[in-house]
Design a protein around this ligand. Sequence first.
Ligand SMILES: [Zn+2]
Length: 115
Amino acid sequence: MHEVSLAAALLPVVLEIAAEHGTRVAAITVQAGELAGVVPASLELAFRGLAVGTAAEDAALVIETVPVRARCRRCGLEFAVDDVVFLCPVCDVADCETVDGTELLLTRVELSDAG
Ligand SMILES: [Zn+2]
């Protein structure tokens, strides 16, 4: 249920970009890592609620889910993680760090031409 706080963190960033250009937000693209446990529908709902009355009120929200990736500390191999099993396919050890899939990332903001 942290979608509300994620949306609350996302909105000011988007609004600031729109304000800099003196226009409204047409579309927003975010990448949500699988490990972040973000439910896209919940995030969209939270964002919609918060964006009412702002320059992002009519913005389309595109949420892309990013697979979890890990890097082996022994051989440095980066690999996609299935079922949260952090096991290097080369070394067969679980001595890995997560490199992707844990965060919500704002990747793209499209501004409206209408102003
Ligand atoms: Zn390895």
